[in-house]
Design a protein around this ligand. Structure first.
Ligand code: ATP
Ligand code: MG
Length: 242
């Protein structure tokens, strides 16, 4: 097995998941550094979202391990992963449209948090992402970008150690994106570990300390932006004929 190095928050080893004949994640190993912003990129269908689904217990891996603070998370249920301090957002937002912004926030408080404390934290986080003025608005009435900010804020409710963001920039305007990036850096400043799946290369190249590249379920490269940008395999995966 081997001990998990302390500078690694999430240590994924040889993870596999098949869907019928599709090897969505095909023996992938990824070591996300603790307290850093990492990027996870790759062409459409390369296995990025499936990796997040495996990490958060949405689906169980066929094999492989996910080490986090000495535990193997592989095969745990979503609520068990959530309780360990790992939260996420979804590629297609999953806020409750028929609940208010404030109610959406409360829906994610940890069961152990007393109600008063949960409400205070919800207020604090709505202010953090500038959604306080929409506190009593229904989720379904928010713009797409505001829904993404709400989902992001909701993911912070349990004060997670690790935050996984699946395409946070997709479809949001530049102002909201700038705000979101400010929040992400603030979280990193608090010592949180952040992993961002994103097709927006400005976000990836300018904001991620380390970038991991997947193609056909495998990691094909990892490193800082300057290295990834001139990596032949990465260039072929994105622009080469398939
Ligand atoms: N629940 C599922 N059932 C069957 N096939 C699936 C399922 N989830 C993902 N796949 C397949 O697994 C492969 C990887 O999909 P995944 O969603 O992880 O890709 P991705 O890298 O997130 O792509 P994108 O950038 O388009 O979001 C694809 O071929 C996809 O069709
Ligand atoms: Mg995806």
């Amino acid at each position: 097995m081997g001990a998990q190095p302390p500078e690694i928050a999430l240590d994924i080893r040889d993870l596999r998941k098949n869907f019928g004949g599709i090897r969505a994640v095909d023996g992938c190993s990824l070591a996300f550094p603790r307290g850093q912003i990492s990027g996870l990129i790759g062409p459409n269908g390369s296995g990025k979202t499936t990796t997040f689904n495996l990490l958060t217990g949405v689906i169980a891996p066929d094999s492989g391990a996910i080490y986090y603070n000495g535990d193997n998370l592989a095969g745990l249920k979503p609520y068990q992963v959530f309780r360990k301090g790992i939260t996420r957002t979804f590629q297609i937002t999953r806020i409750y449209r028929e609940m208010t912004v404030f109610e959406n926030m409360l829906s994610a408080s940890r069961l152990s948090v007393p109600e008063r404390q949960g409400r205070a934290r919800a207020e604090e986080l709505m202010a953090f992402v500038n959604l306080t003025h929409l506190r009593d608005e229904y989720g379904g009435n928010l713009s797409y970008g505001q829904q993404k900010l709400l989902e992001f804020a909701r993911a912070l409710m349990p004060d997670p150690d690790v935050i996984l963001l699946d395409e946070p920039a997709a479809g949001i305007n530049r102002t909201l994106l700038a705000d979101l990036l400010t929040h992400i850096h603030r979280l990193q400043g608090m010592g949180k570990t952040i992993v961002i799946i994103e097709h927006d290369m400005n976000v990836i190249m300018n904001h991620c300390a380390k970038i991991f590249v997947m193609d056909y379920g495998l990691k094909i490269a990892e490193g800082p932006a300057q290295e990834i940008q001139r990596n032949e395999q990465v260039i072929t995966a994105y622009f080469g004929h398939r």
